[in-house]
Design a protein. Sequence first.
Length: 185
Amino acid sequence: MFTYYDVDNAPEESKALMKASLKGFGMVPNLHRILAEAPASYEAYNTLFNLFMKKTTLSPIEQQVIFMTANFENNCHYCVPGHTWMMHAAKMPDDVIDALREGTRIPDTKLQALHDYTRALLDNRGHIGDEQLQAFIYAGYTKRQALEVLTGLASKLISNFTNAIAHTEPDEAFQKYAWTHPTQR
């Protein structure tokens, strides 16, 4: 139903965004090709993603825990393989990747606390209560980071929901990490 645009046939307002995606990834990911349909959504996604990756105090693996928690909870058939590919490329621990893909406990207690906090935010639409927030802070995180998680989740709302409605085909680069939610196997 949705068009997979390229730089040549994309709406004019999306062409610069697509060129930036090509430069940054060495390809234009299928998610971006679909988001090109709505330049404001594409720009919002890119802005949130880049702010989260470059301007937060969370480490790269912590960022991926947040992304993958949202991907799993939102059952994103596209983003789980994509972020698995990114985590493997960054040489992140296999046991963390596997736990995030399978919905099992993360062996690192601080990362598990981040996962629990992120999941609670998603499951409760932000209404997590003081006890859950305190558990996150006691695990070694800050109030600033409690809010920074929201930036990652905002970008995931756009990508996960886009992929759900568009049935985005996973890119060739990460098809080997194809994923189905454990409840659907």
